[in-house]
Design a protein around this ligand. Structure first.
Ligand code: FES
Length: 129
């Protein structure tokens, strides 16, 4: 089974970041926290930093993707505390053969933060006429 890809927007920033002591953007902080927790949990995920998922008003934003599965984009995830729920969601995503996480099992932050889902790429031979 291919590892779940977690794309993390590292350029996401919060509207009120000006008052923070750090200059590191919220998305970069989430990416760092996610890497640390995934290493601690030995989570079978590939965490891939990206610059912008085009939902900048919903920082922090991430995406789950894997070959043959639906792709999900989530937003409104907190930089400092979002890693835990993201890895929980990634485990559910990995367990679903098509990537569709049953709504009742989905962590609250992912229910509230879902932005879009995109069907898996289908080979031309499998497409309906
Ligand atoms: S800067 Fe994060 S989605 Fe655009």
């Amino acid at each position: 089974m291919a590892a779940t890809h977690i794309y993390v927007c590292t350029t996401c920033k919060l509207a009120d970041e000006a008052g923070l002591a750090t200059t590191e953007r919220a998305g970069a902080r989430l990416h760092r926290a996610l890497n640390a927790l995934a290493e601690e949990r030995l989570a079978p995920v590939d965490i891939i930093p990206v610059e912008c998922l085009s939902v900048c008003k919903r920082a922090c934003t991430i995406s789950f993707a894997a070959p043959g599965k639906w792709t999900y984009v989530y937003g409104d995830l907190p930089a400092e505390t979002g890693a835990d729920v993201i890895l929980d969601g990634a485990a559910l995503y990995a367990a679903a053969s098509d990537g569709l996480i049953p709504w009742k099992q989905r962590p609250e932050a992912l229910k509230r933060g879902v932005i879009s889902r995109v069907p898996p790429l289908a080979p031309l031979s499998e497409r309906q006429p």
